[in-house]
Design a protein. Structure first.
Length: 234
């Protein structure tokens, strides 16, 4: 039964799986270029150190709708596709990690659907935006601890498996940075948020590239050609 489940998870066309996996680096490129590009065209004093990422898509901001689409919604949907690729190449059962990663992508997209209103931060759309932004990081951090054991079962992903849980420190760093700013004012608040996003999108890019590179080997393992680590334990 386990071998049948494994076959159903991995017996997909390699090209299709590779394209799904490349959603990770595409999401990173899209978010990063949007963050840098839309900030660069602002002429109202927007700086990365003092302003939140959300302010690029805030109600009334220049090109707000465009940033919400290219900076939040599309990257979020691409991360959902990355989660699908992770599930399809995973060792069954491997649902929790990919599901949590998909929820993280959905939350990121929701942050773009509900832009923040800087003049009415307690309005429903603003609160939904805040919830989406927070849940994006929360679901991602949780997913790391389920995805790492899944990756460890494949020899080619062992190094990433060891590093994956440590990426949660980027989220911890963001939280610590915000606490330091609130308590002392010694740092600029915007950089803390970018530390969190930096870890998030760096990991999705690395994961997507490694999955895309390893698709053929995983597919062969799923069709009965076991990888060296699997063969060594038989």
């Amino acid at each position: 039964m386990d071998s049948q489940n494994r076959l159903s998870q991995t017996d997909a066309p390699a090209t299709s799986l590779r394209l799904l996996a490349l959603s990770g680096p595409f999401a990173t490129i899209l978010f990063t270029s949007s963050l840098v590009g839309f900030a660069a065209v602002r002429t109202d004093g927007y700086t990365h150190g003092t302003k939140a990422v959300s302010e690029l898509g805030a109600v009334g901001a220049p090109l707000a709708s465009a940033f919400n689409i290219f900076g939040f919604i599309l990257p979020g949907l691409l991360i959902v596709l990355l989660a699908v690729s992770l599930y399809r190449v995973g060792t069954a059962p491997a649902k929790a990690g990919p599901v949590l990663l998909a929820l993280s992508g959905i939350a990121l997209a929701a942050a773009g659907v509900f832009p923040v209103d800087m003049d009415q931060r307690f309005s429903l759309p603003s609160q939904l935006h805040l919830a989406g932004a927070m849940l994006c990081g929360f679901f991602w951090a949780l997913s790391l601890f389920w995805i790492a054991p899944q990756l460890k079962k494949r020899e080619r992903f062992a190094r990433l498996a060891r590093l994956t849980p440590w990426f949660a420190l980027f989220l911890v760093g963001n939280i610590g940075w915000q606490i330091l700013w609130q308590s002392t004012g010694a740092v600029m608040p915007g950089w803390g948020q970018r530390i969190g996003f930096g870890g998030y999108f760096l990991w999705t890019a690395i994961l997507g590239l490694m999955l895309a590179k390893g698709v053929d080997g995983v597919g062969e393992a799923g069709r009965g050609r076991r990888e060296p680590d699997d063969a060594g334990r038989s």
